[in-house]
Design a protein around this ligand. Structure first.
Ligand SMILES: [Zn+2]
Length: 322
């Protein structure tokens, strides 16, 4: 089965000079168009949210994570072109933000329907990222939490589901952990630089129920490299996933742990993202959906996403032209 790539509307802006910029998705769009000619990849582009039905599906999907008041506020803000309304010190709302997050809702809805049609492997490239977004508040470049929305929608509609969420962004997915903590049949695993922004993610919230549900925070120091990460993958992440036996695996795929990334302090290379992808593909489950989080050096982002897809995509060989 092809790896399904979803690309949502690239209309959100945090203002000039911000690292979470439209250039990120433009770069990935170029990558995906190239890969769609060379590997078993199916590219679906969601750039035109048109009707009120998309507003309905947006609320239906994200209301399981955020309050209706907060979601309404995001959609109803009238932002004049060229201006940015600051929602937190790092996060803004622009004229195009409404279209971008409606497009994210449409993409997540598509993923949920794809799961019902048989599952498979998917990658959603969207902006803005989501894993810091809290129930009633934007935070750290994030407006709405796509990963938590996928997990909650699967959990609530399928009582036989067992949803695992893995977050390998260099920052802790505090919004996702907040949203999923205490949920039965659900496992949240995060590797992240610690201590670091957003300040959460120590091991004190870790919990392991008899069936493997719970929270596994794996804080790792500045300077973590491929070999360090490989050890954590082999000794901590994969054994916990094997114990939990997920039906569904949702991945917060952030690539700002790359050594060339301007925001993170890790020393990872694209090789580890290929290893992560390959390892996750070996986990037996019906549905694997990865959602883009961070990654702010455009060259490193493109190479890392390509490497990850070469690992998690079925027998797709990444053309190594670099
Ligand atoms: Zn990050």
């Amino acid at each position: 089965m092809d790896t399904e790539i979803l690309l949502s509307a690239n209309t959100h802006s945090n203002g000039p000079g911000h690292p979470e910029s439209p250039d990120r998705l433009d770069t990935l769009r170029t990558l995906f168009l190239r890969l769609s000619h060379t590997g078993p990849i199916k590219l679906s582009i969601f750039t035109d949210s048109k009707t009120h039905t998309e507003t309905d599906s947006f609320f239906r999907i994200y209301e399981k994570v955020h309050s209706r008041e907060y979601l309404s506020k995001l959609l109803l803000h009238q932002v004049p072109p060229g201006t940015i309304i600051p929602l937190d010190p790092d996060t803004g709302l622009s004229n195009g933000s409404r279209k971008a997050i409606l497009s994210c809702g449409e993409s997540v809805d598509f993923l949920l329907r794809r799961r019902l049609d048989g599952g498979g492997v998917s990658f959603l490239a969207e902006r803005p990222p989501g894993h810091h977004a809290l129930r009633d508040r934007a935070m750290g470049f994030c407006l709405v939490n796509h990963t938590a929305a996928l997990a909650h929608n699967i959990h609530q509609t399928d009582p036989d589901s067992r949803v695992a969420v893995l977050d390998f962004d260099v920052h802790h997915g505090n919004g996702t952990e907040d949203s999923l903590r205490g949920l039965d049949r659900c496992l949240f695993i995060s590797t992240h630089q610690y201590p670091f922004y957003p300040g959460t993610g120590s091991e004190k919230n870790n919990r392991s129920d008899a069936d493997g549900s719970g929270v596994l925070n794996l804080p790792l120091p500045e300077g973590t490299d491929d070999e360090d990460y490989r050890k954590v993958l082999r000794e901590k992440i994969l054994p916990r996933l094997e114990k939990f036996r997920p039906t569904d695996l949702i991945v917060s795929a952030g690539f700002d742990g790359h050594r060339d990334d301007p925001l993170g302090g890790w020393l990872l290379t694209e090789e580890i993202y290929s290893d992560i992808g390959r390892s996750l593909l070996s986990v037996e489950c019906r549905f694997i959906a990865s959602v883009l989080e961070g990654g702010y050096n455009l060259t490193a982002l493109s190479r890392s996403v390509e490497a990850y897809l070469s690992g998690i995509g079925r027998p797709f060989q990444s053309p190594r032209s670099y």
